[in-house]
Design a protein around this ligand. Structure first.
Ligand SMILES: *Cc1c(COP(=O)(O)O)cnc(C)c1O
Length: 390
Protein backbone atom coordinates (compact mmCIF):
# COMPACT_ATOMS: atom_id res chain seq x y z
CA UNK A 1 0.00 0.00 0.00
CA UNK A 2 1.23 3.48 -0.85
CA UNK A 3 1.59 5.90 1.97
CA UNK A 4 2.30 9.60 1.78
CA UNK A 5 5.56 9.05 3.64
CA UNK A 6 6.78 7.04 0.66
CA UNK A 7 7.20 10.29 -1.25
CA UNK A 8 9.02 12.17 1.47
CA UNK A 9 12.76 12.61 0.92
CA UNK A 10 14.76 12.91 4.13
CA UNK A 11 18.08 14.73 3.77
CA UNK A 12 21.04 13.88 5.97
CA UNK A 13 21.36 17.45 7.15
CA UNK A 14 19.57 20.76 6.81
CA UNK A 15 21.45 23.91 7.89
CA UNK A 16 19.76 25.42 10.96
CA UNK A 17 17.61 28.53 10.59
CA UNK A 18 16.11 30.07 13.73
CA UNK A 19 14.16 33.04 12.32
CA UNK A 20 16.24 36.12 13.16
CA UNK A 21 19.00 35.58 10.61
CA UNK A 22 17.55 37.79 7.88
CA UNK A 23 16.74 40.75 10.10
CA UNK A 24 20.24 40.65 11.66
CA UNK A 25 21.80 40.56 8.20
CA UNK A 26 19.69 43.61 7.26
CA UNK A 27 20.92 45.35 10.43
CA UNK A 28 24.49 44.62 9.46
CA UNK A 29 23.90 46.04 5.98
CA UNK A 30 22.22 49.15 7.39
CA UNK A 31 25.16 49.75 9.73
CA UNK A 32 27.50 50.42 6.79
CA UNK A 33 30.09 48.17 8.37
CA UNK A 34 30.47 44.77 6.77
CA UNK A 35 34.11 43.88 7.23
CA UNK A 36 35.45 41.76 10.07
CA UNK A 37 35.38 42.53 13.81
CA UNK A 38 32.16 44.55 13.58
CA UNK A 39 29.42 44.76 16.21
CA UNK A 40 27.90 41.33 15.45
CA UNK A 41 31.33 39.69 15.53
CA UNK A 42 31.94 41.24 18.96
CA UNK A 43 28.56 40.01 20.20
CA UNK A 44 29.34 36.48 18.99
CA UNK A 45 32.76 36.56 20.60
CA UNK A 46 31.41 37.74 23.97
CA UNK A 47 28.71 35.09 23.81
CA UNK A 48 31.34 32.41 23.18
CA UNK A 49 33.62 33.71 25.93
CA UNK A 50 30.82 33.76 28.49
CA UNK A 51 29.22 30.51 27.49
CA UNK A 52 32.45 28.52 27.41
CA UNK A 53 34.35 30.47 30.07
CA UNK A 54 37.34 31.00 27.79
CA UNK A 55 39.69 34.00 27.98
CA UNK A 56 39.35 35.01 24.35
CA UNK A 57 37.27 33.91 21.38
CA UNK A 58 38.10 35.16 17.88
CA UNK A 59 35.77 34.43 14.97
CA UNK A 60 37.48 32.96 11.91
CA UNK A 61 36.26 32.13 8.39
CA UNK A 62 36.26 28.41 9.32
CA UNK A 63 37.45 25.91 11.89
CA UNK A 64 40.21 25.04 9.43
CA UNK A 65 41.51 28.63 9.73
CA UNK A 66 41.30 28.47 13.52
CA UNK A 67 43.42 25.30 13.51
CA UNK A 68 45.90 26.96 11.14
CA UNK A 69 46.13 29.91 13.51
CA UNK A 70 46.77 27.51 16.39
CA UNK A 71 49.63 25.89 14.46
CA UNK A 72 51.15 29.35 13.82
CA UNK A 73 50.71 30.41 17.44
CA UNK A 74 52.54 27.43 18.87
CA UNK A 75 55.29 28.00 16.29
CA UNK A 76 55.16 24.64 14.57
CA UNK A 77 58.40 24.18 12.57
CA UNK A 78 59.43 21.60 9.97
CA UNK A 79 60.18 18.32 11.70
CA UNK A 80 57.94 18.92 14.72
CA UNK A 81 55.52 16.13 15.55
CA UNK A 82 51.86 16.47 16.44
CA UNK A 83 49.83 13.62 17.94
CA UNK A 84 46.19 13.11 16.96
CA UNK A 85 43.69 10.40 15.98
CA UNK A 86 43.62 9.22 12.36
CA UNK A 87 39.83 9.07 12.51
CA UNK A 88 39.24 12.79 11.87
CA UNK A 89 38.69 15.44 9.22
CA UNK A 90 41.65 16.40 7.00
CA UNK A 91 41.93 19.91 8.46
CA UNK A 92 42.98 18.57 11.87
CA UNK A 93 46.15 17.25 10.21
CA UNK A 94 46.58 19.74 7.35
CA UNK A 95 46.77 22.77 9.65
CA UNK A 96 50.01 21.39 11.10
CA UNK A 97 51.34 19.80 7.89
CA UNK A 98 51.17 23.27 6.30
CA UNK A 99 53.79 24.39 8.86
CA UNK A 100 55.99 21.37 8.12
CA UNK A 101 54.92 19.06 10.93
CA UNK A 102 54.86 15.30 10.79
CA UNK A 103 51.59 13.85 12.06
CA UNK A 104 51.74 10.95 14.50
CA UNK A 105 48.47 9.08 14.69
CA UNK A 106 47.44 6.89 17.58
CA UNK A 107 44.47 4.55 17.80
CA UNK A 108 40.95 5.51 18.89
CA UNK A 109 38.73 4.03 21.58
CA UNK A 110 35.93 1.90 20.16
CA UNK A 111 33.34 3.28 22.62
CA UNK A 112 33.54 7.01 21.79
CA UNK A 113 35.62 6.94 18.58
CA UNK A 114 37.88 9.50 20.33
CA UNK A 115 41.66 9.32 20.66
CA UNK A 116 42.71 6.56 23.09
CA UNK A 117 44.34 8.61 25.84
CA UNK A 118 46.25 5.54 27.07
CA UNK A 119 48.11 5.32 23.73
CA UNK A 120 49.37 8.90 23.65
CA UNK A 121 52.35 8.80 25.99
CA UNK A 122 54.16 6.02 24.10
CA UNK A 123 53.95 8.08 20.90
CA UNK A 124 55.77 11.09 22.37
CA UNK A 125 59.32 11.75 21.11
CA UNK A 126 61.73 14.68 21.68
CA UNK A 127 60.19 16.29 18.55
CA UNK A 128 56.60 16.18 19.80
CA UNK A 129 55.13 19.66 20.12
CA UNK A 130 51.39 19.18 20.61
CA UNK A 131 48.47 16.82 21.16
CA UNK A 132 45.27 17.45 19.22
CA UNK A 133 42.26 15.65 20.70
CA UNK A 134 39.17 15.64 18.45
CA UNK A 135 35.83 15.56 20.29
CA UNK A 136 34.00 13.23 17.92
CA UNK A 137 30.24 13.72 17.73
CA UNK A 138 30.56 16.43 20.38
CA UNK A 139 31.51 13.88 23.03
CA UNK A 140 34.54 14.97 25.05
CA UNK A 141 37.90 13.17 24.98
CA UNK A 142 39.40 12.11 28.33
CA UNK A 143 40.80 15.59 28.88
CA UNK A 144 42.10 15.23 32.45
CA UNK A 145 44.48 12.48 31.35
CA UNK A 146 45.46 14.32 28.17
CA UNK A 147 46.19 17.60 30.01
CA UNK A 148 48.19 15.74 32.63
CA UNK A 149 50.36 13.99 29.98
CA UNK A 150 50.84 17.30 28.16
CA UNK A 151 51.95 19.14 31.26
CA UNK A 152 54.40 16.41 32.24
CA UNK A 153 55.99 16.51 28.75
CA UNK A 154 55.65 20.24 28.24
CA UNK A 155 53.35 19.93 25.21
CA UNK A 156 50.53 22.09 23.95
CA UNK A 157 46.98 20.77 23.72
CA UNK A 158 44.82 22.07 20.91
CA UNK A 159 41.24 20.86 21.04
CA UNK A 160 39.57 20.23 17.70
CA UNK A 161 36.15 21.07 19.09
CA UNK A 162 34.64 21.60 15.62
CA UNK A 163 31.69 19.41 16.65
CA UNK A 164 31.70 20.34 20.32
CA UNK A 165 29.93 23.69 20.73
CA UNK A 166 27.67 23.49 23.84
CA UNK A 167 29.19 20.19 25.04
CA UNK A 168 30.90 19.68 28.38
CA UNK A 169 33.53 17.49 30.01
CA UNK A 170 33.33 17.37 33.83
CA UNK A 171 31.31 20.58 33.82
CA UNK A 172 33.76 22.48 31.61
CA UNK A 173 32.86 23.52 28.07
CA UNK A 174 34.69 21.69 25.32
CA UNK A 175 37.09 24.23 23.86
CA UNK A 176 37.89 25.73 27.26
CA UNK A 177 40.31 23.04 28.45
CA UNK A 178 43.32 22.93 26.07
CA UNK A 179 45.72 25.86 25.53
CA UNK A 180 43.86 26.61 22.29
CA UNK A 181 40.73 25.22 20.65
CA UNK A 182 38.81 25.46 17.38
CA UNK A 183 35.03 25.57 16.80
CA UNK A 184 33.30 25.12 13.45
CA UNK A 185 30.24 26.99 12.23
CA UNK A 186 30.03 25.13 8.92
CA UNK A 187 26.49 24.39 7.74
CA UNK A 188 26.83 20.75 8.80
CA UNK A 189 27.51 21.70 12.43
CA UNK A 190 24.97 22.52 15.16
CA UNK A 191 25.29 26.30 14.67
CA UNK A 192 26.34 27.98 11.44
CA UNK A 193 27.66 31.36 10.38
CA UNK A 194 25.63 31.19 7.17
CA UNK A 195 27.39 28.17 5.70
CA UNK A 196 31.03 28.67 6.68
CA UNK A 197 32.63 29.93 9.86
CA UNK A 198 34.69 29.08 12.89
CA UNK A 199 36.30 30.41 16.05
CA UNK A 200 39.64 30.18 17.78
CA UNK A 201 39.36 29.87 21.55
CA UNK A 202 42.37 31.01 23.56
CA UNK A 203 42.67 29.72 27.12
CA UNK A 204 46.35 30.57 27.61
CA UNK A 205 46.39 34.37 27.56
CA UNK A 206 49.99 34.59 26.33
CA UNK A 207 48.61 33.84 22.84
CA UNK A 208 45.98 36.59 22.70
CA UNK A 209 47.99 39.53 21.39
CA UNK A 210 49.77 37.56 18.67
CA UNK A 211 46.52 35.87 17.61
CA UNK A 212 44.97 39.28 16.94
CA UNK A 213 48.00 40.25 14.85
CA UNK A 214 48.10 37.03 12.80
CA UNK A 215 44.43 37.33 12.02
CA UNK A 216 44.79 40.98 10.89
CA UNK A 217 47.32 40.27 8.11
CA UNK A 218 50.28 40.53 10.47
CA UNK A 219 49.46 44.09 11.53
CA UNK A 220 48.74 45.69 14.89
CA UNK A 221 45.40 46.97 13.63
CA UNK A 222 43.54 45.69 16.72
CA UNK A 223 45.72 47.86 18.96
CA UNK A 224 45.22 50.79 16.59
CA UNK A 225 41.43 50.50 16.94
CA UNK A 226 41.83 50.44 20.70
CA UNK A 227 43.84 53.67 20.47
CA UNK A 228 46.98 51.98 21.76
CA UNK A 229 49.13 52.97 18.74
CA UNK A 230 48.95 55.98 16.36
CA UNK A 231 49.30 54.02 13.17
CA UNK A 232 48.99 50.40 12.33
CA UNK A 233 51.77 48.64 10.53
CA UNK A 234 53.31 45.30 9.60
CA UNK A 235 54.63 43.66 12.77
CA UNK A 236 54.59 39.86 12.17
CA UNK A 237 53.60 37.19 9.67
CA UNK A 238 49.86 36.87 9.20
CA UNK A 239 46.88 36.36 6.98
CA UNK A 240 43.27 37.48 6.68
CA UNK A 241 41.30 35.29 9.03
CA UNK A 242 38.22 37.35 9.84
CA UNK A 243 34.69 36.52 8.71
CA UNK A 244 32.46 39.36 7.49
CA UNK A 245 29.61 40.92 9.44
CA UNK A 246 27.15 39.08 7.18
CA UNK A 247 28.48 35.79 8.56
CA UNK A 248 28.68 37.08 12.13
CA UNK A 249 25.10 38.41 12.02
CA UNK A 250 23.81 35.03 10.82
CA UNK A 251 25.80 33.31 13.54
CA UNK A 252 24.54 35.61 16.28
CA UNK A 253 20.94 34.66 15.47
CA UNK A 254 21.95 31.04 15.96
CA UNK A 255 23.91 31.55 19.18
CA UNK A 256 21.01 33.48 20.72
CA UNK A 257 18.88 30.39 20.13
CA UNK A 258 21.56 27.92 21.13
CA UNK A 259 19.55 26.37 23.97
CA UNK A 260 16.56 25.85 21.74
CA UNK A 261 18.65 24.22 19.00
CA UNK A 262 20.50 22.09 21.55
CA UNK A 263 17.32 20.81 23.22
CA UNK A 264 15.66 20.07 19.91
CA UNK A 265 18.64 18.00 18.76
CA UNK A 266 18.98 16.21 22.11
CA UNK A 267 15.34 15.21 22.04
CA UNK A 268 15.73 13.55 18.63
CA UNK A 269 19.00 11.94 19.71
CA UNK A 270 17.42 10.49 22.85
CA UNK A 271 14.48 9.13 20.89
CA UNK A 272 16.77 7.41 18.39
CA UNK A 273 18.65 5.89 21.31
CA UNK A 274 15.52 4.69 23.08
CA UNK A 275 14.02 3.18 19.93
CA UNK A 276 17.25 1.40 18.94
CA UNK A 277 18.26 0.04 22.32
CA UNK A 278 16.45 -3.25 21.81
CA UNK A 279 18.49 -3.92 18.66
CA UNK A 280 21.69 -3.36 20.56
CA UNK A 281 20.48 -5.93 23.08
CA UNK A 282 19.90 -8.30 20.14
CA UNK A 283 23.53 -7.58 19.17
CA UNK A 284 22.84 -6.47 15.60
CA UNK A 285 24.08 -2.91 16.18
CA UNK A 286 26.14 -0.91 18.63
CA UNK A 287 24.99 2.48 19.87
CA UNK A 288 27.16 5.47 20.83
CA UNK A 289 28.59 5.54 24.35
CA UNK A 290 28.47 8.79 26.33
CA UNK A 291 30.88 8.60 29.29
CA UNK A 292 29.66 9.77 32.72
CA UNK A 293 32.02 12.74 32.54
CA UNK A 294 30.47 14.10 29.33
CA UNK A 295 27.42 16.17 28.50
CA UNK A 296 27.08 16.01 24.72
CA UNK A 297 25.32 18.27 22.23
CA UNK A 298 23.64 15.69 19.98
CA UNK A 299 25.88 16.73 17.13
CA UNK A 300 25.51 13.34 15.53
CA UNK A 301 23.61 10.10 15.90
CA UNK A 302 25.57 7.14 14.62
CA UNK A 303 25.27 3.42 14.96
CA UNK A 304 27.68 0.64 14.13
CA UNK A 305 26.90 -2.58 12.30
CA UNK A 306 28.92 -5.75 12.66
CA UNK A 307 30.72 -5.27 9.33
CA UNK A 308 31.12 -3.03 6.30
CA UNK A 309 28.86 -5.20 4.09
CA UNK A 310 25.88 -4.79 6.39
CA UNK A 311 26.55 -1.07 6.56
CA UNK A 312 26.54 -0.81 2.74
CA UNK A 313 23.29 -2.76 2.55
CA UNK A 314 21.76 -0.43 5.11
CA UNK A 315 22.85 2.74 3.30
CA UNK A 316 21.41 1.48 0.00
CA UNK A 317 18.21 0.26 1.63
CA UNK A 318 17.67 3.71 3.17
CA UNK A 319 18.57 5.41 -0.11
CA UNK A 320 15.97 3.35 -1.98
CA UNK A 321 13.51 4.84 0.46
CA UNK A 322 14.77 8.39 -0.08
CA UNK A 323 16.57 8.64 3.24
CA UNK A 324 20.15 9.83 3.22
CA UNK A 325 22.49 8.15 5.72
CA UNK A 326 26.24 8.52 5.42
CA UNK A 327 29.43 6.96 6.68
CA UNK A 328 32.25 9.15 7.91
CA UNK A 329 36.04 9.60 7.81
CA UNK A 330 38.36 7.33 5.90
CA UNK A 331 41.23 7.11 8.39
CA UNK A 332 43.84 9.68 7.39
CA UNK A 333 46.84 7.34 7.72
CA UNK A 334 45.54 5.21 4.85
CA UNK A 335 45.05 8.14 2.45
CA UNK A 336 47.49 9.28 -0.25
CA UNK A 337 48.51 12.47 1.56
CA UNK A 338 48.54 10.68 4.88
CA UNK A 339 51.22 8.35 3.64
CA UNK A 340 53.66 11.20 3.01
CA UNK A 341 52.88 13.36 6.03
CA UNK A 342 52.23 10.95 8.84
CA UNK A 343 52.97 7.74 10.63
CA UNK A 344 50.75 5.58 12.80
CA UNK A 345 52.23 4.82 16.20
CA UNK A 346 51.29 1.45 17.64
CA UNK A 347 48.60 -0.91 16.43
CA UNK A 348 45.55 0.10 14.43
CA UNK A 349 43.18 -2.06 16.45
CA UNK A 350 40.07 0.07 16.12
CA UNK A 351 40.59 3.07 13.82
CA UNK A 352 40.00 1.22 10.54
CA UNK A 353 37.70 -1.53 11.74
CA UNK A 354 35.35 0.70 13.75
CA UNK A 355 35.19 3.41 11.07
CA UNK A 356 34.02 0.80 8.55
CA UNK A 357 31.05 -0.14 10.70
CA UNK A 358 29.78 3.34 11.42
CA UNK A 359 26.86 5.11 9.75
CA UNK A 360 25.28 8.46 10.64
CA UNK A 361 21.52 9.01 10.67
CA UNK A 362 19.66 12.19 9.64
CA UNK A 363 19.61 14.63 12.55
CA UNK A 364 19.10 18.37 12.27
CA UNK A 365 17.31 21.27 13.95
CA UNK A 366 13.58 21.40 13.23
CA UNK A 367 13.42 17.92 11.74
CA UNK A 368 9.72 17.29 11.15
CA UNK A 369 7.90 14.46 12.90
CA UNK A 370 7.10 12.97 9.47
CA UNK A 371 10.77 12.93 8.52
CA UNK A 372 11.82 11.50 11.84
CA UNK A 373 9.12 8.84 11.88
CA UNK A 374 9.97 7.78 8.36
CA UNK A 375 13.61 7.23 9.35
CA UNK A 376 12.56 5.28 12.45
CA UNK A 377 10.12 3.15 10.46
CA UNK A 378 12.74 2.06 7.92
CA UNK A 379 15.42 1.61 10.55
CA UNK A 380 13.17 -0.80 12.38
CA UNK A 381 12.25 -2.72 9.22
CA UNK A 382 15.91 -3.18 8.34
CA UNK A 383 17.02 -4.06 11.87
CA UNK A 384 14.18 -6.51 12.42
CA UNK A 385 15.33 -8.38 9.32
CA UNK A 386 18.84 -8.52 10.76
CA UNK A 387 17.53 -9.95 14.01
CA UNK A 388 15.49 -12.57 12.15
CA UNK A 389 18.44 -13.55 9.96
CA UNK A 390 20.60 -14.30 13.00
C1 LIG B 1 33.92 20.19 10.45
C2 LIG B 1 35.22 19.83 11.03
C3 LIG B 1 36.39 20.56 10.75
C4 LIG B 1 36.44 21.66 9.73
O1 LIG B 1 35.57 22.70 9.95
P1 LIG B 1 35.43 23.88 8.87
O2 LIG B 1 34.70 24.93 9.62
O3 LIG B 1 34.67 23.33 7.72
O4 LIG B 1 36.80 24.29 8.47
C5 LIG B 1 37.56 20.21 11.40
N1 LIG B 1 37.60 19.19 12.26
C6 LIG B 1 36.51 18.45 12.54
C7 LIG B 1 36.62 17.33 13.52
C8 LIG B 1 35.29 18.74 11.92
O5 LIG B 1 34.21 18.00 12.20
Amino acid sequence: MQNKLDFLAVPFNRPPVTGNELSYIMNAIASNKLSGDGPFAKRCESWLEQKTNTKKALLTPSCTHALEMAALLINIKPGDEVIMPSYTFVSTANAFVLRGAKIVFVDIRPDTMNIDETKIEAAITPRTKAIVPVHYAGVGCEMDTIMEIASRHNLYVIEDAAQGVMSEYKGKSLGSIGHLAAFSFHETKNYTAGGEGGALLINDSKFIERAEILREKGTNRSNFFRGMVDKYTWVDIGSSMLPSEIQASYLFAQLESADKINLDRLERWNTYYKELKAYQEERVIQLPVIPESCQHNAHMFYLKFSDIQTRSQFISYMKQNDILTVFHYLPLHSTKAGQSHSRFHGEDNYTTSESEKLVRLPLYFNMSDEEFNKVLHHLELFLTQLVEAK
